[in-house]
Write a protein that binds this ligand. Structure first.
Ligand code: SF4
Length: 528
């Protein structure tokens, strides 16, 4: 649904800020693709864009693709911005640029909802999710789009039911320029891991869209030109297991109808390994990757962070179970926990070898506002406000030792030979368990063939000829070519190339040790 009952017409410029270069945004892979420039379409801002009154004009700019320029600000009557903590400086910069044109600027999304005090210059703070605060903001701008005399804070008390959410305005985004598609089925998570702000921000009782909303959104994404993979950005895909089970038959039916042109991925807790009925449905629906916040292989640490649910099934067994349903596991890992010891880095590397997980996002612990961790560290006087550090936590171990361990782990885990061996394992042990999509007209389309050929050409030239890990690349590539595994060659190298280059920069101190670090470096994604 949209906001209704507004007669006045307004022009709203929605601007999504650039990302700081990070492990999870894959920018080193973009040159291997057919023109990808950004990671995922931002759900929140596109939902708000779709919710605005039907007669309002909306322009959407993702600054990872191009910067909002003078012509955009001159066109607009007000500006909307949204983003995460890591984009804080960029959001404040957009505000500054919009104010140069005397425009009112509103900010919403996860960062301002958790920390309104980060954004003193904005005219409107939209705290919380889509709901009564959004209606209030729209009504105020309809009455008067000029800048209010002082900052106005609007807090959502009554959230819009997710079954009433409009389809995100994907048509405003240049979908073909994104590395992955994104979609959201649910919001919230029933668990309470000490470091996580999701339960505080979005609640412990997951709220849901309907399966029909999801299949309609998928149709829209296809119409907008999406190819490859679509990521369910839900905080925990099995936050409500019954709902996940209800959705899967609809996804399977949609895949059959459309010819399995898209592959899905999602985030879920590792105890999904106890649910073969869900895994089996996910396999049929063509889920190929599942992100699990394993955090640490150390049971004592898991207990201390209240993540006991990761131990419902022994971790290694759970990973093998997911692999046996054709799903590659991606793992989040945290270093700098109170339980860490000098040998923690070595244990992590042993875990990586044993699990054969190719992609692990290894971050330093960061205390986010509105988390139990923040409250505890504040009580213990262990929060450090220092923009020169990669974490705001006063670790038990010396800070330099923790950062050194992080760099050493990044350097070792992402040596090209080791990483490609882990992909070799996945190709042998995981991918064969996936469904084999029927050969469809869509898959054989000239557009798909051209896309594959372009990526192959880029990979051979930029990695196989110009790259500096040619020996490891060709050892991996010849095997794929000999076995006709072209798709695996493309998908593995596309991700591996980013990991190798990013880890190399990280191990010599050229990247942040935390995705949440406020120590912001220049993003390497070019904006026009
Ligand atoms: S399971 Fe994941 S989303 Fe849920 S509270 Fe823990 S870290 Fe957060």
């Amino acid at each position: 649904m949209r906001a209704e009952g507004i007669e006045t017409v307004r022009r709203i410029l929605c601007v999504f800020p650039r990302y700081t270069s990070s492990f999870g945004t894959f920018e080193y892979s973009y040159p291997l693709t057919d023109g990808v420039q950004a990671f995922m379409p931002p759900q929140g801002l596109l939902v708000i864009a779709a919710y605005l009154p039907a007669n309002w004009q909306v322009r959407f700019i993702d600054e990872n693709i191009r910067s909002a320029g003078a012509a955009d600000f001159e066109w607009a009557e007000a500006v909307f911005v949204s983003g995460m903590h890591i984009q804080r400086q960029q959001m404040n910069d957009i505000c500054r640029r919009a104010h140069a044109f005397d425009l009112a600027v509103a900010i919403g999304g996860p960062s301002v909802s958790a920390c309104p005090e980060y954004y003193p210059s904005f005219d409107y703070l939209h705290v919380g999710e889509l709901g009564d605060a959004t209606n209030d903001l729209i009504a105020r701008l309809a009455r008067d789009p000029s800048r209010p005399e002082q900052q106005v804070v609007l807090k959502t008390a009554d959230r819009l039911d997710m079954t009433k959410f409009p389809i995100p305005a994907y048509e405003l985004a240049d979908i073909k320029r994104y590395f992955l598609g994104s979609i959201q089925y649910s919001s919230g998570c029933p668990y309470q891991c000490e470091f996580c702000d999701i339960p505080g921000l979005y609640g412990r009782n997951p709220r849901l869209k309907t399966p029909q909303q999801i299949t309609t959104e998928l149709d829209r994404l296809l119409e907008c030109g999406i190819t490859g993979s679509v990521y369910f950005v839900d905080d925990n895909f099995i936050g409500n297991r019954k709902a996940a089970l209800e959705l899967l038959p609809h996804l399977i039916e949609w895949q059959k109808k459309t010819g399995y042109v898209l592959r899905f991925s999602c985030e879920a807790t590792l105890n999904i390994a106890k649910r073969p009925e869900i895994l089996s449905g996910m396999r049929e629906a063509f889920f190929g990757t599942i992100f699990c916040g394993i955090e640490t292989p150390d049971p004592v640490a898991l207990k201390a962070m209240h993540k006991d649910h990761n131990m419902m099934v022994p971790i290694m067994e759970a990973i093998k179970t997911l692999n046996s349903f054709g799903m590659e596991v991606v793992s989040g890992i945290i270093l700098g926990l109170d339980t860490d010891k000098p040998e923690t880095g070595q244990h992590l590397l042993e875990f990586i070898d044993a699990s054969q997980i190719p992609l692990l996002t290894i971050n330093l612990l960061q205390a986010l506002p509105q988390t139990p961790l923040w409250d505890r560290l504040k009580r213990e006087n262990r929060l450090i406000e220092d923009e020169g550090r990669d974490s705001n936590v006063d670790f038990r171990l010396p800070y330099d030792d923790v950062v050194r361990t992080w760099r050493a782990c990044m350097n070792d885990a992402y040596q090209p030979g080791k990483l490609l061996e882990r992909y070799e394992y996945q190709i042998r042990e995981t991918y064969p368990h996936r469904v084999t999509p029927p050969s469809s007209r869509e898959q054989r389309s000239w557009r798909n063939i051209k896309l594959g050929l372009t990526m192959l050409r880029n990979i051979f030239w930029k990695v196989g000829v110009l790259g500096d890990y040619k020996r490891e690349f060709w050892k991996f590539a010849w095997r794929r070519l000999a076995r006709g595994e072209i798709e695996y060659l493309i998908s593995s190298i596309l991700v591996a190339h980013h990991l190798i280059l990013y880890a190399r920069a990280a191990s010599v101190g050229e990247q942040n040790a935390s995705n949440y670090s406020i120590r912001l470096r220049e993003a390497s994604v070019p904006a026009e």
